[in-house]
Ligand binder design. Structure first.
Ligand code: PEP
Length: 255
């Protein structure tokens, strides 16, 4: 029997909240959220705010930190980039890979997500692999095919032993930052497609162990319904994670 998946409530701050704002955020947020070991709260602050965030969450093992991006190389002449080892040294436990803004604004390719996931796993951190279709792809009835095309090369590149470390976030591109959310039924259908793909590669039991989060305009008033869908193991939240009270309400929605 596979252990039940623990809900993950993750906030991606993107290019928001510098160090002083990060400290203020946690001063307001932490008293609103009691420590609990039946869920994980994760933040992805900008790299320059990481140290402030780390200091603020000391003594709160229920709150974990990650970085928004890494390079797959271990070091060298890559101006503006971070290595996995540097992120780990700073205290990061997780790394976002293939976020839609990395793919669609910065041109990150599937091959690059494969390299990044490999580097993150080799470095002992948890990759949170983001997958999702554009509105044109959904209208062309290709939503599932696109997500499978983003997932399969990554799954083919990792071992069965590494699979339990992977976290996946289904984030339809058309729902990110738009205020438009996938219907609970659409989210459930896409999460089922992700888990089917995992099962095809690694078998049903191994697939059951991988958390699959939903992301895309999650707010305090829709989080509970989305998280109640079968196969939705938590949420990856952008805009609504910037507000301490709003994100605390999303954490509370996990039950
Ligand atoms: C995200 O950045 O991953 C995201 C889902 O953003 P938002 O919640 O603002 O749509």
């Amino acid at each position: 029997m596979t252990a039940p998946r623990t809900p993950i409530l993750a906030g991606n701050w993107k290019m928001n909240h510098g160090p002083s704002q990060a400290a203020r955020f946690f001063a307001d947020f932490l008293p609103l959220v009691q420590p609990a070991d039946d869920r994980s709260v994760v933040f992805f602050p900008p790299a320059v705010s990481f140290a402030a965030a780390r200091e603020a969450v000391q003594g709160r093992p229920d709150v974990r930190l990650g970085v928004q991006n890494v390079h797959w190389e271990e070091g060298g002449a890559f101006t503006g980039e971070l290595s996995v080892a540097m992120a780990a040294d700073a205290g990061a436990e997780l790394v976002l890979v293939g976020h839609s803004e990395r793919r669609h604004v910065f041109g990150e390719t599937v091959d690059e997500t494969v390299r990044k996931v490999g580097a993150v796993l080799r470095g002992g951190l948890v990759p949170v692999l983001c997958v999702g279709e554009t509105i044109e792809e959904r209208r062309a009835d290709r939503a599932e095919a696109v997500v499978v095309e983003q997932l399969r090369p990554v799954l083919a590149s990792i071992s069965a032993e590494q699979l339990p470390t992977l976290v996946i976030a289904y984030e339809p591109v058309w729902a990110i930052g738009t205020g438009v959310t996938a219907t609970p039924a659409d989210a459930a259908a896409m999460h089922a497609a992700v888990r089917r793909t995992l099962a095809e590669v690694y078998g049903a039991q191994a697939a059951e162990g991988v958390p699959v989060l939903y992301g895309g305009s999650v707010k305090p008033d829709n989080a509970a319904e989305l998280m109640s869908q079968p196969g939705v193991d938590g949420v990856l939240v952008g805009g609504a994670s910037l507000d301490p009270a709003g994100f605390a309400a999303i954490v509370a929605a996990a039950g």
